[in-house]
Design a binder for this molecule. Structure first.
Ligand code: ZN
Length: 395
């Protein structure tokens, strides 16, 4: 049994306890939460930390299997060129890839990540995930722009999914992006398992919207010249990319839209009318957006519309770290309306809800085992992260 306290406890659900005490049993399950109203009496049994205690964090968008690609792809290429690099870079041998995945899994755990929503194109990272102390939900990602490859692509992801399930890993099949998955493939994904969590890279680039609006631009050029797609057969809908697929994903699936860098008011309205925002979440990956497109999503717009926001790191192909607190700093520094409490809720409970794991993770509540994390070197007067702020797992 451990009793922990700090200057503040941010519970992840929006509540704050000044010098509160959280008691965890030997398995990390929370058995008691005490509100001291800010006046903690000295007690031999209480470990007191300087900073803020929060629940274990939830990284809703990562690609652990790309952990060998750190620093390989140049910054600010924009998305079509970034994808061209990802396809063509020479990857490390399997043994090294697994080793890198193991290293960054450890880094994430030690920094306080308890849950990861992780994209996999193959099974290279599965042994690492199985051994990890982090709870992973694997998004087995399907790719195939042309209708002709849909059946083979789906068969391939079903085999990867089967391997994940055989190893006892939580997993679901998901589409990569609107421009890389044909209607037929999207239909098979939707119908495979009616209530599985689906994630999709959404409106990550302006050229993605341009493709669906006009059939032209850098993404159209990429599909034609690099992927070899016959653009005469591409369905130009004269609307942004999200209009091309949203009604093809049944509302029985919880949905996680990733990036949303070029999502606008009418796209938000579309989600509201097609499926509502109760089981639809946005994953923001600000450092990856800056790395690839040098652009951030419209945070003020999302906040003004009460959209449920979560945080992801994306992969080391498009980020310099898999650090949640570094993403949190970027969000804080680029949006005055966001309080640290809001950002913690995004990094914890909202993520757990998006991955349907909030019965155990995401908030400091009796009965849950979310992990307990210390935010240190925080400006406690202003309740702001500083450039030096770090996160460290306590439980
Ligand atoms: Zn991604």
């Amino acid at each position: 049994m451990r009793k922990l306290s700090a200057h503040y406890l941010y519970l992840g659900n929006g509540n704050i306890l000044e010098k509160g005490v959280v008691t965890c049993d030997d398995d990390g399950r929370i058995v008691d939460i005490q509100d001291t109203n800010g006046s903690l009496k000295e007690s031999a049994n209480v470990e007191f930390y300087s900073g803020i205690l929060i629940p274990g964090m939830v990284n809703t968008h990562c690609h652990l299997e790309l952990s060998d690609t750190k620093g390989v792809i140049p910054q600010h290429t924009t998305l079509p060129d970034f994808i061209r690099h990802v396809i063509s870079i020479e990857r490390a041998p399997l043994e090294n890839r697994v080793q890198r995945a193991k290293v960054f899994d450890r880094v994430m755990f030690n920094e306080g990540v308890s849950v990861v929503g992780d994209i996999s194109n193959g099974s290279d990272s599965f042994d690492v995930k199985k051994e990890s102390q982090i709870k992973y939900h694997t998004f087995v990602e399907a790719l195939g722009s042309s209708e002709s490859v849909a059946k083979a692509a789906f068969q391939n992801v079903k085999e990867v999914l089967c391997k994940a399930h055989t190893m006892g890993l939580s997993a679901s099949i998901v589409p990569h992006a609107p421009y890389s998955v044909s209607s037929y493939l999207m239909e098979m994904i939707d119908q495979h398992c009616e209530d599985s969590v689906i994630s999709i890279h959404n409106q990550e680039s302006s050229s993605e919207n341009e493709l669906f609006l006009t059939g032209t631009g850098a993404m159209a050029k990429h599909l034609s010249e690099v992927i070899g797609l016959d653009m005469c057969r591409f369905n130009v809908i004269h609307k942004s990319s999200i209009h091309s697929y949203l009604d093809k994903i049944a509302t029985s699936h919880p949905l996680l839209l990733v990036h949303n860098t070029f999502m606008r008011q009418d796209d938000i309205e579309l989600v509201r009318s097609v499926r509502g925002w109760d089981r639809t979440f946005l994953a923001l990956c600000p450092k990856s957006n800056l790395y690839i497109e040098n652009q951030l999503p419209d945070l003020s717009l999302f906040l003004s519309q009460n959209i449920p926001l979560t945080i992801g790191t994306d992969s080391l192909a498009s980020n310099t770290s898999l650090s949640m607190i570094e993403e949190m700093k970027v969000l804080q520094d680029n949006c005055d309306e966001l309080s640290l409490n809001d950002i913690v809720e995004m990094a914890t409970l909202n993520g757990a809800k998006a991955l349907q794991l909030d019965h155990q993770y995401g908030s400091i509540e009796v009965g849950k085992s979310p992990g307990i994390v210390l935010l240190k070197d925080v400006d406690l007067k202003k309740c702001k992260l500083t450039a030096n702020s770090r996160s460290e797992r306590i439980i």
